[in-house]
Design a protein around this ligand. Sequence first.
Ligand SMILES: C[S@@+](CC[C@H](N)C(=O)[O-])C[C@H]1O[C@@H](n2cnc3c(N)ncnc32)[C@H](O)[C@@H]1O
Length: 183
Amino acid sequence: MFFLIINIALLLALVIFLLSFIFHFLSIVLKGQAPYIMSQPEAVRRAVAELDLVQESILAYELGSGDAPFLRRLVKKFPQARAMGVEHSLVPYVLAKLVTLFNKRIEITKKNFYKIDLSQADLIYCYLNIDSMAKLEKKFLAEAKDGLLVVSYNFPLPTVEPYKVLRIHKMPLYFYKISQDRK
Ligand SMILES: C[S@@+](CC[C@H](N)C(=O)[O-])C[C@H]1O[C@@H](n2cnc3c(N)ncnc32)[C@H](O)[C@@H]1O
């Protein structure tokens, strides 16, 4: 009986994993959403190292958090920062929950980042794709705080000029300050 229950549980876990993989694949193909690929550790290290936050008690987001590498490093450097990872796919979401289980300053939420309120964000990290950055630029300009810092790995915002671009093994890391004067 015990082994039967274990087998059923394993089978269920496998079915859930396969279904979430299929949903993830379909949202990439049909909706143009970014797949789950991790940032290079060196890019995350440089993204955090370059930040010189005047006010440390900031609210930071990693949009499409995956396993939240940026937030995990950020809260080590800035112990006052509050960190919010937003991930809509089940497998990376569960992974993020597991790796941040004992980290009380990082919250991971399973949501579509286009549907969350970003008006309180001070800092946002993204590693997404061209389409997502175009949609997010509109969202940032519509609702973000003046002076929001955005760091994007590999994919630029279409019209906002970065104030700094680093090359990490040839891949660009863009730094932006969103000014609401542009509206
Ligand atoms: C390229 S991965 C980056 C993961 C992690 N931030 C990193 O840098 O290693 C992009 C992640 O964004 C998630 N994603 C894509 N579109 C999303 C959306 N609209 N809402 C929430 N998450 C999304 C994907 O599921 C994927 O895990």
